[in-house]
Ligand binder design. Structure first.
Ligand code: P6P
Length: 339
């Protein structure tokens, strides 16, 4: 029987992938693992402690803050604030980034952005939810306070990214640019254990994820692609299967394992779509690309897009390479027709 490899052991072993690593990134990833266990503990008892229901405040997105959002945000901020590896952090729940003004943090090399609990509207119906994180090397000088430019780097500058999915089991999936590995939480020992080594997304899939309630407000090309998925063709295994959980991490995780495409396009009402570039699109794009898939805004690679502001939104087409390429081709033809 294969011996258990814990997340901490794996991180330390893989530190050799970075000849000049001083261990800071390893410690930061381990700190995130601790925060994930804290959040998991809270998520698992969500229905028991009357922590359902809105916190009564609204986050910067104007969305009601579920109490678990607040708890998760605090758990992650505390894990990184005192860990000494990041000089600043930003999250979906906070309008501005936080520059940690203490001697150790000022000397730290990294910044982190996260969506502490994506899909939180699913908490009270017990549907899988997730944490998403993205780590960059700081642009500002070591010793200074973190500044906004540290948080507005292109996704291609990420040094690490990952997500935690709180589902039938709790998994942490991450990349440092050397492939993608998944760890399942073993509650009896309280450790994330390597369960999905070197994850690869199938180049072709038969699952499409989109909120079809919005389909009439999507571009003709998106409507054409969804109709194509629904048409019969035994050779290309259509009609495809429609799966939409309404929880980004859960939909992307399923497609990462089985193959498929997740789409949150721009609509006539929200041309930029709904999802946030810096702590949703970019980290998931890094992971899916490292697993052999693609992530695009429909016209360009997500990780090539220069963020304009911290909570910038972007359309997202992410998953199996050939599926993303097909929708990109239809969108490109539509652009030519419009010109
Ligand atoms: P809609 C959750 O709020 C989220 O950000 C993602 O997790 C999810 O994929 C999407 O929004 C669902 O949005 O508009 O289909 O309800």
């Amino acid at each position: 029987m294969r011996s258990i490899v814990t997340l901490s052991e794996f991180i330390m072993e893989r530190q050799a992938d970075f000849p000049y690593a001083s261990g800071d990134l390893s410690r930061l990833l381990a700190d995130i693992g601790v925060a994930a266990k804290i959040i998991n503990h809270q998520v698992n008892k969500a229905g028991l402690q009357d922590i359902l229901g809105a916190e009564g405040t609204s986050n910067v997105q104007g969305e009601e803050q579920m109490k678990l959002d607040v708890i998760s945000d605090k758990a992650l901020f505390n894990a990184v604030r005192w860990g000494g590896q990041v000089c600043g952090a930003a999250s979906e729940e906070n309008e501005r980034y936080h520059a940690f003004d203490n001697e150790i943090s000022r000397k730290s090399k990294y910044v982190i952005l996260f969506d502490p609990l994506d899909g939180s509207s699913n908490i009270d119906v017990n549907v899988s939810i997730g944490t998403i994180f993205s780590i960059f090397r700081r642009k500002s000088s070591v010793g200074d306070l973190a500044n906004v430019n540290d948080f507005l780097q292109k996704g291609s500058e990420q040094v690490a990214a990952g997500y935690v999915i709180y589902g039938s089991s709790t998994m942490l999936v991450y990349t440092t640019g050397h492939g993608v590995n998944g760890f399942t939480l073993e509650p009896s020992i309280g450790e994330f254990c390597l369960s999905h080594e070197d994850m690869k997304i199938p180049e072709e899939g038969t699952i499409y994820s989109i909120n079809e309630g919005n389909i009439r407000t999507c571009s003709e090309a998106v409507q054409e692609y969804v109709a194509w998925c629904q048409a019969s063709d035994k050779k290309t295994k259509r009609p495809y299967t429609a799966r939409y959980i309404g929880s980004l991490v859960a939909d992307v995780h399923r497609n990462l394992i089985k193959g498929g495409i997740y789409m949150y396009p721009g609509t006539t009402k929200n041309p930029e779509g709904k999802l946030r570039m810096q702590y949703e699109c970019n980290p998931l794009a890094f992971i899916v690309e490292q697993a052999g898939g693609k992530a695009s805004d429909g016209a360009q690679r997500i990780m090539d897009i220069q963020p304009r502001e911290l909570h910038m939104r972007s359309p997202l087409f992410i998953g199996s390479k050939h599926m993303v390429e097909r929708i990109e081709s239809l969108l490109a033809k539509e652009q030519i027709k419009v010109q």
